[in-house]
Design a protein around this ligand. Structure first.
Ligand SMILES: Cc1ncc(COP(=O)(O)O)c(C=O)c1O
Length: 641
């Protein structure tokens, strides 16, 4: 394996000797003689794994002003969070060197310690580049032990000679079967009570993702969200949540018996895009909840959004913490953010208490593999309760290759994430330029994407998500999606009525982006003068949601008796289910919510347009029987009373 180190020193003699000595010992060494040139190198070159720097550096070759100690380290870390920093200096008085815990080691120049430097730097890089769980799993699988335990396929023996299903073995391969093993193997630790290699792997992940603790989850961020909500909220506690959050958050609220206080997302009607919640509204909602004496314990924000809009998260965290409210950030789509300064600060860097990430969505982990990162200073007080909730949701037979994939995904991002993401940005720029060279397609910029009310919110756009305006193409987005799949073998991520969105992950290639361009070019050519408006355009253009009150906590409504009534007869009744039209995918009703005239009209409109509505079956919705309501009111469970 090759490790590379940046040596920074303005004494050219020292610099040359150090480069020579360290290179001769097997490391790849780059040299810089000023603070600025070192910063440039770190920005440009994703291959640098560690820095060996003098305590004091000139700002630049021209400007003799000096930058010292923590100011150097902080900047290096701001540029490249994952690098190791070692001091190499003439200064002996360690007490004067306040490193603020930002460095990994110290060497005194006159000690002539090149071997020591190489050993210590190599050890630090080797530690972060290890994948302890994955390595142990591979070793175990290679031992080919006779297994007298689950799973039933016994390393594939049950299928590999079968005349009927041996293709199953051949397709997935020997290694998958051999590494799909049982929790009965103690040396591979237990996800539900990690004390060995899983714990080691989680600790490395915590370090890589800037967290105090990290937990691996094998049922996706859907489960991670539920675990956190159930841990932080007791029945009757309140949580602020985006009405447009992922449905796992709504389910978490039901499970926890919490009171949901909804925040309405901004809506860009022109393109049918639901974006961040304006900062002012978030702060106002916190204050309103406190004024109403709600037991407001947490807020959950989705960052970045599905369309790649990034919040100014630091401010929101600060405001929430001022009010003693815990912050959970759903980073399902943003796990890689910690590995490129373009995205800083992430939830963890901004001081949020928890972040949930679908490592599988944007990094190299297998589907369902997710992480919970913890930064909450009070976590130790609730850690046992958290683990109990974790156990409540987890399978007692987690998939070991999936756990290994989390370990490897973290290793990969630590070692080459910055370089991979920098490459994705280049690909993204190229794709954007090529699409914009067409007449009928255009990549949307920030100002196109965000609603007016967000103009002052310092929202940024994640370049790895590209949303294309297709309104001039003459096709609806569904038609276009169909052509791309059927004719060009290209599957896109999502559509609105006049946009398509593609996701560039670290697996993107020039071949892929150019094939997408060629497909759009061919569609444009063949479209001629087609003019067609999408019928569903009106649905989103007309989208306006003013919510009716929540009368009972969702959990009460969810578990109450329920009866089916025609939608038109449901005025003022209380829904016991979520009712969600797709698109836009935002629930118009949640359990416990009063059915208003406006909601009946909106659902009728969606139905008339032929939109798929989950929770509305043959014009019937589920509501709470009157007697059940009387009982809940009598027992004092109405939130409105
Ligand atoms: C914002 C958000 N949170 C959570 C999830 C659930 O993630 P997972 O698929 O890992 O369960 C999704 C899935 O699309 C999502 O969009």
């Amino acid at each position: 394996m090759y490790y590379s180190v940046l040596v920074v020193d303005n004494n050219s003699e020292v610099l040359d000797t150090t480069i020579k000595e360290l290179s001769s010992r097997g490391l790849t060494i780059f040299g810089c003689n000023s603070f600025e040139s070192a910063c440039e190198k770190l920005k440009e070159d994703g291959s640098v794994h560690a820095v060996l720097t003098e305590w004091s550096l000139p700002q630049s070759r021209k400007n003799g002003k000096r930058v010292e100690g923590p100011d150097i380290f902080k900047k290096f870390i701001a540029l490249r969070n994952e690098i190791n920093i070692f001091i190499y200096t003439d200064i002996t008085d360690i007490i004067t060197l306040s490193t603020k815990g930002l460095t990994d080691g110290y060497f005194f120049k006159e000690d002539n310690v090149y071997d020591d430097i190489v050993n210590k730097i190599t050890a630090a890089i080797e530690e972060k580049s290890s994948a302890p769980f994955y390595e142990k799993l591979v070793k175990y699988a290679r031992k080919s032990k006779d297994s007298w335990h689950t799973p039933g396929h016994a390393s594939g023996n049950s299928v590999k000679n079968s005349p009927y299903v041996k293709d199953y073995y051949e397709f997935f391969g020997e290694n998958l079967f051999k590494s799909d093993i049982s929790v009965s193997v103690p040396e591979l630790d237990s996800l539900l009570h990690p004390v060995g290699v899983i714990k080691d792997a989680q600790e490395l992940a915590a370090r890589a993702f800037n967290a105090r603790h990290t937990f691996f989850v094998t049922n996706g961020t859907s489960t991670s969200n539920k675990i956190l909500i159930q841990t932080l909220l007791k029945p009757g506690d309140a949580i602020l949540l985006d009405r447009n959050c992922h449905k796992s958050v709504h389910y978490g609220v039901i499970i926890a018996g919490a009171e949901p206080l909804y925040l309405m997302p901004s809506v860009n009607n022109k393109y049918g895009i639901f974006g961040p919640i304006p900062k002012k509204k978030i702060i106002q909602a916190m204050d309103d909840a406190i004024a109403q004496k709600k037991k407001l314990k947490a807020i959950i924000i989705t960052n970045c959004t599905y369309d790649g809009l990034i919040y100014d998260i630091e401010d929101i965290v600060t405001e929430a913490h001022k009010r003693n409210i815990k912050v959970i950030v759903d980073e399902a789509w943003f796990g890689y953010a910690n590995f490129h300064r373009e995205f800083y600060p992430t939830a963890m860097a901004a001081g949020a208490d928890y972040a949930t990430q679908s490592t599988h969505k944007t990094m190299s982990a297998f589907s369902q593999a997710s992480m919970i990162h913890v930064n909450d200073p009070d976590f130790e007080d609730i850690q046992d309760f958290f683990m109990e909730n974790f156990n409540m949701h987890a399978s007692t037979s987690p998939q070991y290759p999936m756990i290994a994939s989390l370990d490897v995904a973290r290793k990969q991002m630590t070692m080459e994430g910055y370089g991979l993401l920098s490459r994705v940005f280049k690909l993204s720029d190229q794709l954007k330029a090529s699409i914009n060279s067409l007449e009928k397609f255009r990549v949307l910029e920030k100002d196109d994407l965000i609603a007016d009310e967000l103009k002052d919110d310092n929202i940024r756009v994640d370049k790895t998500k590209i949303t294309i305006d297709i309104s001039k193409s003459g096709y609806t987005s569904k038609e276009l999606e169909h052509i791309l799949v059927k004719k060009h073998n290209i599957q896109i991520e999502k559509t609105t009525f006049n946009t398509i969105t593609v996701l560039l992950t670290i697996g993107a290639t020039y071949s892929r982006i150019n094939r997408l361009y060629l497909a759009l070019e061919s569609i444009e050519k063949n479209a001629g003068n087609r003019k067609k408006d999408s019928g569903s355009a009106k649905i989103i253009k007309d989208f306006k949601l003013s919510l009716s009150p929540i009368k009972y906590r969702p959990r009460f409504a969810f578990y109450s008796e329920s009866e089916e009534v025609p939608l038109r007869d449901s005025l003022n009744r209380v829904s016991t289910m979520m009712v969600t039209p797709y698109p836009p995918g935002i629930p118009l009703l949640v359990p416990g919510q009063v059915v208003s005239n406006e909601i009946i009209n909106a659902l009728s409109m969606y139905r008339d347009y032929g939109v798929e509505i989950h929770g509305l079956n043959n014009g019937l919705i589920q509501v709470m029987p009157k007697e059940e309501e009387d009982r809940l009111i009598k027992e004092g469970f109405s939130i409105m009373s």
